[in-house]
Design a protein around this ligand. Structure first.
Ligand code: PHE
Length: 460
């Protein structure tokens, strides 16, 4: 297979890096990573997460980009034609199906949280955080999420933004958006880091994040850490596969992938380093859940000089980071609708956008009228359907998708084809990659799954 995707091609390797980084860096890094690290006790969780990025995430990401570039179509058709090429069964296309479903489910709640960021942009700009106490900021947040109509309005705006870019197509729509915004977000985080260093609790934050205390880590915590490695790198649901399908043939996949994974990890760690010192300085609870960023940072913005400007800028950039991720969540399904149904991009984007928007309402209500507790394995969650969707997608569907991608790339695809696509300079690197996707990644995913289902306890 060769040639280009009918949906277009990136104009350079850098644009791919930007777009894939845009997909990877998002709410996962800034909103989700800190709160799940907080819920799971910090250090040990962070260590497992980093290990998962290196040993599972990076090799699977290379595999996903590679499959995409070789298949050049939506994940469903890519998997179908690659399976045919390898003489394997037709069922591999269900990997594409599961990915589309995961993307749909994730985007439904992702858009709601991105809506929070939109709402917080306006709140910041209007000076609402100025002179507030920590308690005041906490109640501002509870008041915000208990108003479904407001949340619906912001969710709607964000969904429309996503549809508009997706409808315009990858090149016009995406390339422009990511070029400046990602670097700007990074710089702003550095500025905020300066603030956190002066809270007097920086050391406490650093030690919370980086001193592993394994007594705080449960089997579920390990599953959440692994699931998040997939989530944060946008792996296991076809987003990176479609982006890979727009990648020019001569791009070195390994180098490119590592750049993206490192950038993504840096942003998450930086966000943690900014947030936890503020959390400790203000007596907040690290395990307080999805509101963590929306409480801790506004406290800081309310106190620092120029807080209105920094706060507004920060939330604008967070919205952009979420936007470039949302686009990639919907892109696999849109390309599929275009290929399979011959739909125009515009209609495909609107159809998917509307369906996702509807499901998003369940998440909105999870924070107010429909809030209920539910436990999965050992962990108790408070926000019903939202938490269920998150657990189902991040902790089950994405790792499962990644597992099958690794198995396909490592065991099903012809070795010469993989070698040819990856075009590594040294044989040794190729062999290392092959070892990781054949053995390490699949076994690790399985062990973490079984462990979280308590299988080992029952046997032991
Ligand atoms: N990686 C994105 C984030 O961290 C979320 C995402 C998941 C995007 C899966 C695409 C696919 O916010």
């Amino acid at each position: 297979m060769s040639g280009k995707s009918i949906h277009g091609e990136w104009s350079s390797r850098w644009i791919f890096i930007m777009a894939a980084t845009g997909s990877a860096v998002g709410l996962g890094n800034i909103w989700k990573f800190p709160y799940i690290a907080g819920e799971n006790g910090g250090g040990a969780f962070v260590l497992v997460y980093l290990l998962c990025i290196a040993a599972i995430g990076i090799p699977i990401m290379m595999a996903e980009v590679m499959l995409g570039r070789r298949g050049r179509q939506s994940p469903v058709y890519t998997m179908k034609s690659l399976a045919k090429e390898a003489g394997a069964g037709k069922n591999w296309k269900y990997l594409g199906w599961m990915g589309m479903l995961a993307g749909f489910l994730i985007l439904s709640y992702y858009s709601v949280i991105a809506g929070w960021a939109l709402g917080y942009t306006v709140r910041s700009a209007s000076g609402m955080f100025e002179g507030q106490t920590a308690d005041g900021i906490v109640s501002l947040f509870s008041e915000f999420i208990s108003d479904p109509e407001k949340l619906l309005a912001w969710h709607t705006i964000f969904m429309v933004m996503t549809i508009v870019v997706v409808a315009r197509g990858v090149k016009q729509g995406l390339e422009k958006a990511v070029r400046f915004l990602m670097p700007a977000l990074f710089v702003l985080l550095l500025v905020l880091l300066g603030y956190s260093m002066n809270t007097g609790h920086f050391a406490e934050g650093v030690s919370f994040l980086f001193t592993p205390d394994f007594s705080k880590l449960t089997a579920d915590g390990v599953l959440v850490a692994m699931g998040h490695a997939f989530f944060t790198l946008s792996l296991g649901m076809g987003a990176i596969m479609v982006y890979g399908s727009y990648l020019p043939k001569d791009t070195p996949i390994a180098k490119t992938t590592i750049t993206i994974a490192v950038a993504d990890t840096l942003v998450a760690l930086l966000a943690g380093l900014v947030i936890f010192p503020i959390v400790f300085a203000n007596g907040l609870e690290p395990g307080s859940g999805p509101g963590l960023v929306f409480v801790s940072l506004p406290i800081a913005f309310g106190q620092m000089p120029g807080g209105i400007i920094f706060g507004t800028l920060f939330f604008i950039l967070l919205v952009f980071a979420a936007w470039t991720s949302a686009i990639s969540l919907i892109e696999p399904t849109v390309t599929w609708l275009v290929e399979k149904k011959g739909m125009k991009r515009l209609y495909a984007a609107v159809t998917m956008g509307v369906l996702t928007w509807l499901l998003g309402i369940a998440t909105i209500l999870s924070f107010n009228h429909w809030a209920f507790e539910f436990s999965f394995w050992g962990l108790t969650k408070e926000n019903g359907i939202f938490d269920m969707l998150d657990v189902l997608t991040s902790n089950i569907m994405l790792p499962l998708g990644g597992l099958f991608i690794a198995l396909f790339a490592g065991w099903v695809m012809k070795r010469e084809h993989a070698k040819d696509e990856l075009a590594m300079k040294r044989m040794l690197w190729f062999q290392l990659w092959l070892f990781l996707v054949r053995f390490v990644a699949p076994v690790a995913v399985l062990v973490v799954f079984l462990n979280a289902f308590n299988v080992f306890d029952r046997v032991g």
